[in-house]
Design a binder for this molecule. Sequence first.
Ligand SMILES: CC(C)(COP(=O)(O)OP(=O)(O)OC[C@H]1O[C@@H](n2cnc3c(N)ncnc32)[C@H](O)[C@@H]1OP(=O)(O)O)[C@@H](O)C(=O)NCCC(=O)NCCS
Length: 322
Amino acid sequence: MSENFQDPAIRSLDIRTDLGEVANLIELCFSSQMDPDGWSYLTAIRRASRNRRYIRWIPGAGERVSYPLFGYVWEENSRVVGNLSLIPIFKNEEWRYLIANVAVHPDFRRKGIARKLTLAAIQHARSQGAAAAWLQVRSDNPSARELYRSLGFIERAQRTSWLRKKTQPPVAELNPEVKVAPREDAEWQFQSVWLERIYPIEVSWNLPIHYERYAPTLKNKLFRLVEGERIQHWTARLQDRPIGTATWEPTTLHADNLWVGTDPAAEMLTIRNLLPRIQQDLDTGRPLMVNYPSGCAETAFVKSGFFRLNTMVWMEKRLDNS
Ligand SMILES: CC(C)(COP(=O)(O)OP(=O)(O)OC[C@H]1O[C@@H](n2cnc3c(N)ncnc32)[C@H](O)[C@@H]1OP(=O)(O)O)[C@@H](O)C(=O)NCCC(=O)NCCS
């Protein structure tokens, strides 16, 4: 298809003047599906729109949210009615651009605005020598998925975020044969393999998972002592055989992360018994979030007191050969 996106209505985002209007547009287009981090993000953009000194304080940078320092807007009569953000990321030896916050005012939809904004973003990424453009779209948003598919994006992964609220009552009926205890150093050899199965390199590059911090090395142990790092690991064992692990990693967002790795043959058993016990062990009173391949172990998550926050489709458009 033709990539003629040049349109006088498109221009680069100007963070000195556009952030207030962009925040309004994001709220209008995403409020029905926004989680608490989304709302904090919006508050931060609004604060930054009033005082530029706050831009660098937008919370969560580098974790799950992306904030609009660069991107494109679509203007109609000097009013921003379309927007997207572009975030460059260097991972796995290549530059990629993440496209986020694609939003068009309801009164201006089906006129090709999102298509042209996305084409402008692709063109920008290509002009910067990026190897690929990526984006994440909710699985229950068929129109946006169709838009990206028509522009050459390919679905690479589907990931569900499972959330356990702090108010969730303890889960009963745990299997007494599954024993849960702090991870032993020697179990890292299993854990590292299991984690790479659940969080392979194709998705870990854009998740706040830090493999290098979880190995039981002297350096990591010293770092924990000196910096007071609070990461914790557990192992589930069946008849003394490790069947799964989980790592708790606190965040500054509304929920802490749990990174779950299991023996594929014991996935349901592990999740069903390990996760509730971790919740009992942790006395932080904070919600827990697990990012997991969608369609896997869903019953076990539900029985462990988690609910599906969302399922995101990760899409990629390679730029190197075109
Ligand atoms: C998704 C969204 C950005 C599309 O904006 P838009 O400017 O209306 O999209 P376009 O006019 O460029 O449409 C391009 C293609 O997307 C698909 N599409 C867009 N809206 C659609 C709809 N409501 N139903 C079916 N297909 C749709 C079509 O394939 C369309 O091509 P066509 O018009 O030639 O059939 C807009 O609906 C929106 O802001 N939604 C809320 C926020 C959101 O979900 N953003 C996406 C986050 S990843």
